[in-house]
Design a protein around this ligand. Structure first.
Ligand code: ADP
Ligand code: ASP
Ligand code: MG
Length: 599
């Protein structure tokens, strides 16, 4: 018998009428011949209300007790859902995270799922019940209640679909699918019929609140197609699967992380181990860091800048202050009025001019770019929070995300149950075996590689004015140069930034010439270059949420005395650039450092 997991978010169970509506939907699925597992979130704004209640007592509540408190929201809604189904004359049983056997680690407020037992669930289903599981919660080895992080019911749903090898996983919400960007910020945003796991993972972690990013990690790792759709209509929504909607388009979505903060550690002695010292202390507090950029400074010192979630700024600063003493930093600055705007697309890896188009559109609106980082499938810029909604609208428009692509691929979602898109029987067995042999949310690394074909160009002393990055990359593109990584540092105390990019080695001479011309015309200080670099990459799933990945890389390289020249992180890949002579050695070091998680 087919098995379907249906998840209902807070807005879809916000009142008794909506609960009854969700109940009827589940009953219908059962009547159509499926076993049904519902995963339910807390009603409406319950979780926010509970947080507020605690905040009225203290601003530092114990994390364990917060999880005890927050988990009650879901307990209310699963009970009401079961009552609703009974009232409609059908069998249902509600279960808490502990009753299902959702085992997690002990990191309250951000717990990771280790395993899920299926025996009790299966038995209840076989007895003809609709099983209603509380989302967002689990228990640790000592039976403490844990929660998975805001939005975590999505992760419960996809994880259940994975362990039960469900035929469909439907996420019912208040929008009718995944949009090219948040439709609340950009009304012109368009629903996509399909999006790839990698793109969704990146978008979710960069601010697209429609899905909890860790749910997409499960989808990708365990091959669960996810159907995001409206709880208020019957129309098809968006399928999150392996293949993108339009692999030929450079950008498939844009996202805003409004609540971002920047930290700069100034005048760090530029030697192996400095970044490690800083980031390992932040990681120890389980804070994920993004947009790591170094500003190559005077006399062997560098500024290291990065971003953290705004609500974790204070905690991150505590860690940074301790580290700063050890690495001999000259000062620390921070800014909690910034936002990160990102564009994401699998197609951008194979196209030129994507970054330049984004920079130009922002420059034309007079929006200053404070920092830049790129990866193979995303470009992120840091701008002032004040201008960030406008910046999002502008980049959304410049990549024509508001217009329907010429060849829409509606074919991909004719039915929510799509046996053809699932792996075959033997693969399914392999997936289940894999699930049982590991902690479900453990880190897995697919590949560790070295690209020794590139060179680096760095322009330093770049004035901090809107339009500079646009100008540089327009001129570089006009010279026919193919740029891979780009990083632009936060401006130094002197008000100038460092802009580095990588190019194929055979284009280095041409690139340096172009950079020198640009530097001269814009009044930059100097152009330096490195004819051979080693770009070391670790690829896998959910690398940014596993805060330890970058740290492991930094440690492995620092232990071998290898200095980092550039860094970029994404959900699916962390890249670091080292001196060309250190590439092979770095690769060996990384292979050893990740041997336990390499699949
Ligand atoms: P639920 O309570 O069902 O889990 P959420 O509020 O977590 O719902 O997620 C749905 C909301 O996500 C939408 O109302 C929308 O404003 C927001 N959102 C942000 N980015 C996107 C996007 N790219 N596509 C669709 N919705 C988005
Ligand atoms: N109720 C939790 C929250 O609001 C989990 C969820 O809705 O996914 O974050
Ligand atoms: Mg949600």
């Amino acid at each position: 018998m087919p098995l379907i997991v249906q998840k209902f978010g807070g807005s879809s169970v916000a009142n008794p009428e909506k609960i009854l509506r969700a109940a009827r939907r589940a009953i219908r699925a059962q009547q159509e011949g499926s076993q049904v597992v519902m995963v339910v979130s807390a009603m409406g704004d319950t979780t926010d209300d509970l947080l507020e209640l605690a905040a009225k007592i203290t601003d530092r509540p114990p994390a364990r007790e917060m999880d005890m408190l927050l988990s009650t929201g879901e307990q209310v809604s699963v009970a009401l859902m079961a009552i609703a189904i009974h009232s409609l004359g059908h069998k249902a049983v509600s279960l808490t995270g502990a009753q299902i056997g959702v085992k997690t680690d002990a990191s309250y407020r951000k717990a990771r799922i280790k395993s899920i037992e299926t025996a009790r669930l299966r038995k209840s289903l076989d007895d003809g019940n609709i099983v209603i599981a509380a989302g967002f919660q689990g228990i640790d080895d000592d039976f403490n209640i844990t929660t998975l992080g805001r939005g975590g019911s999505d992760t419960t749903a996809v994880a259940l679909a994975a362990v039960l090898r469900a035929d469909a996983c439907e996420i019912y919400t208040d929008v009718d699918g995944v949009y090219t960007t948040d439709p609340r910020v950009v009304p012109e945003a368009r629903r996509v019929s399909r999006i790839s796991y990698d793109e969704m993972l990146e978008l979710a972690s960069l601010g697209a609140g429609v899905m909890h990013s860790r749910s997409i990690e499960f989808g990708k790792k365990f091959d669960v197609p996810i159907h995001v759709r409206s709880s208020f209509t019957d129309s098809n929504g968006t399928m999150i699967v392996a293949e993108p909607e339009r692999p030929d388009l450079p950008v498939s979505g844009a996202a805003i992380t409004k609540d971002e903060a920047r930290i700069t550690v100034q005048g760090v002695i530029d030697k192996p181990g400095s970044s490690l010292e800083i980031f390992s202390r932040i990681a120890a507090k389980n804070i994920s860091v993004d947009m790591i950029v170094q500003n190559i400074g005077e006399s062997g010192r560098a500024d290291i800048s990065f971003t953290v979630p705004q609500n974790e700024l204070e905690t991150a600063l505590e860690a940074v202050r301790d580290a700063a003493k050890v690495v001999g930093a000259e000062g620390i600055t921070s800014d909690d009025s910034v936002a990160k705007i990102s564009v994401v697309g699998l197609g951008m890896a194979k196209q030129t001019g994507v970054a330049q188009k984004m920079f130009r559109s922002l420059a034309d609106a007079g929006i200053n770019i404070q920092m830049i980082t790129t990866s193979e499938i995303k470009i992120s810029v840091l701008v002032s929070r004040e201008r960030s909604p406008e910046a999002l609208r502008i980049v959304h428009h410049v990549f024509e995300l508001d217009s329907t692509p010429h060849a829409p691929r509606e074919d991909s979602i004719t039915r929510s149950v799509m046996p053809t898109m699932r792996t075959g029987e033997s693969d399914a067995a392999a997936v289940v075996a894999r699930l049982q042999s590991m902690n479900m949310e453990d880190l897995t690394i697919d590949e560790i590689s070295l690209d020794a074909s590139q060179a680096r160009v760095t322009i330093s002393g770049v004035p901090d004015k809107p339009g500079l990055a646009a100008k540089v990359f327009e001129d570089v593109a006009a010279a026919g140069i193919f740029v891979d990584m780009i990083v632009q540092s936060h401006p130094s105390a002197a008000g100038t930034a460092t802009l580095s990019f990588t190019v194929p080695q055979n284009q280095l001479t041409k690139s340096v010439e172009a950079a020198k011309r640009i530097a001269q015309s814009l009044g930059c200080k100097q152009v330096t270059s490195s004819p051979t670099i080693g770009k070391l990459s670790v690829s896998g799933v959910g690398l940014r949420t596993h805060v330890g990945v970058a740290i492991r890389m930094f440690k492995a390289l620092s232990d071998a005395g290898i200095n980092l020249e550039m860094i970029n992180t994404s959900e699916v890949r962390v890249n670091v650039v080292v001196d060309g002579a250190a590439g092979e050695k770095g690769l060996t070091q990384l292979q050893a450092a990740f041997a336990d998680v390499l699949r």
